[in-house]
Design a protein around this ligand. Structure first.
Ligand SMILES: Cc1cc2nc3c(=O)[nH]c(=O)nc-3n(C[C@H](O)[C@H](O)[C@H](O)COP(=O)(O)OP(=O)(O)OC[C@H]3O[C@@H](n4cnc5c(N)ncnc54)[C@H](O)[C@@H]3O)c2cc1C
Length: 439
């Protein structure tokens, strides 16, 4: 049996949550040995620009490196991920055979892009997913070669951002999604309809209510077309599969933890739960991989796949890792994300799922410049701004406070109030009841 090196506090996952969590450990006084394990060969980098500035060519992939905001003095173990957690022995095994003993562990392994199944053509050349820096570099190179037509499968945030970049590059684009509008799951069909207008104005062939069944390749194994469920065929020599992500938890299988493709379940203080529901005093999780009972939503379990949550939750978990059990605080978070596409800056706060009404409180839908608030059972639960973010923080406060729908009736530049059902598609069979995704 190999001997474990003592690695003090160990962070597994060298990306946004891992980096900001490690910094918070140092900032809060941890002076012992700190090891950061990452399966990618790169130091932490930022993912949001990958589907925006990197695809468009405005940024090179290496320009996405995240700055270190605090001196880490960490031992970086990059390029070989963790493959097993031996909880009783307090150690983890890495892919290169190394064994690290930990005193406390932060799980920050995030998520991975949902791939297209190989039996339905997923192994063909010319089919891409977009999660990491290397994916973005490969996709950018392929786009620069001038494909005849790009097909994007999935009109979520990443699919729409990629469609926007491809049109900026002058490439013909088809976008298919089973829902009636883009972003239907995160923003509902009423606001999603605005993005459908933008897609059409930009010249994207948007096919709502359409589903790809399989891809066909040429004799060289390169994708040439997609077959849809309605028997239509889309000719395309480059495909971007944007079907969301599954959480990176395989390495935890067999460790006796509540962990599966929906994430690692924690208690309110971000301590990972064992399969019998007991919090581990020395294992914490944060970022895309974590789901936890959010006090802001009555303690319901949720997973939030957005940048702001990775930053805030990892800092919170790190503080708890250094605190005595009785001082460890519950993590309370109002989900928020941004996106930029078709020249529009979109910002959203709260959770919109289950909304029964939406009101434009500033601007207008027709101008594509507005602030809309979502309501459920008379309460304000979410807000989204399209190029109109000035009042968003005030709405975030109102949502956090559970104010009546619609709140803040006296804003000076407020437009007419409208109420319409926002219509959300039913949740996917494989999704957790509450999820905020950036897929
Ligand atoms: C293309 C794209 C665009 C996005 N745009 C936006 C946006 O505009 N706005 C927004 O709010 N959010 C956006 N997001 C979401 C945001 O980037 C994520 O919420 C954030 O990256 C989560 O950080 P994380 O550290 O928890 O997980 P990740 O960033 O997924 O990092 C996890 C790291 O752990 C590594 N890892 C996995 N398994 C192992 C293992 N066994 N051992 C070691 N390492 C492992 C992974 O390779 C990865 O490097 C976007 C995401 C993507 C992919």
């Amino acid at each position: 049996m190999s001997t474990a090196e003592s690695a003090g506090f160990v962070v597994v996952g060298a990306s946004l949550a891992g980096l900001r969590g490690a910094e918070a450990l140092r900032r809060n006084g941890y002076a012992g040995r700190l090891t950061i394990v990452g399966d990618e060969p790169h130091r932490p980098y930022d993912r949001p620009p990958l589907s925006k500035h990197v695809l468009s060519g405005a940024l090179t992939p290496d320009a996405t490196a995240l700055p270190e905001l605090f001196a880490l003095e960490a031992d970086w173990r990059l390029g070989h991920g963790a493959v097993a957690l031996e909880r009783d022995a307090h150690r983890i095994r890495l892919a290169d055979g190394a064994v690290l003993a930990y005193e406390r562990l932060l799980v920050a392994t995030g998520a991975q892009a949902r791939p297209w199944p190989v039996p339905s053509g997923g192994g063909l050349a010319g089919i891409f997913t977009l999660r990491g820096r290397d994916d973005a570099a490969r996709l950018r190179t392929a786009l620069a070669e001038g494909p005849r037509r790009v097909l994007i499968v999935g009109a979520g945030l990443i699919g729409c951002e990629a469609a926007s970049c491809c049109r900026d590059l002058g490439l013909p684009v088809t976008l298919v999604d089973p829902n009636p509008t883009p972003l239907a799951r995160s923003l509902g069909t009423w606001v999603g309809g605005v993005i459908a207008d933008c897609l059409r104005d930009a010249g994207v062939a948007f096919r709502p209510g359409a589903q790809v069944l399989r891809f066909e390749g040429d004799p060289a194994g390169r994708v040439v077309r997609a077959h849809l469920a309605d028997r239509n065929v889309v000719e395309a020599d480059l495909v971007i599969v944007a079907l969301g992500a599954t959480r990176a938890t395989e390495w935890l299988s067999g460790a006796g933890l509540m962990a599966d493709s929906r994430g690692v379940t924690c208690d309110g203080a971000c301590r990972v739960l064992t399969t019998d529901g007991t919090p581990c005093p020395d294992i914490y999780a944060a970022g895309d991989v974590a789901r936890w009972p959010n006090p802001l939503y009555g303690g319901r379990l949720m997973a939030v796949e957005h940048w702001g949550n990775a930053v805030a939750q990892s800092a919170h978990a790190a503080r708890n890792m250094l605190a005595p059990a009785e001082d460890q605080k519950a993590y309370r978070h109002l989900p928020a994300f941004w996106s930029s596409q078709f020249g529009i800056n979109i910002k959203a706060v709260g959770l919109t799922e289950g909304a029964d009404s939406v009101a434009i409180v500033q601007g207008s839908r027709s101008s594509h410049r507005f602030l809309a608030v979502y309501g459920r059972a008379g309460r304000s639960i979410g807000a989204v701004s399209f190029d109109q973010a000035r009042w968003l923080p005030a709405y975030a406060e109102a949502i956090e406070a559970g104010q009546a729908f619609p709140p803040i009736r006296d804003a000076s530049d407020q437009g007419e109030l409208l109420s319409r059902a926002p219509a959300f598609p039913p949740p996917r069979a494989d999704s957790h009841p509450i999820e905020a995704r950036h897929g």
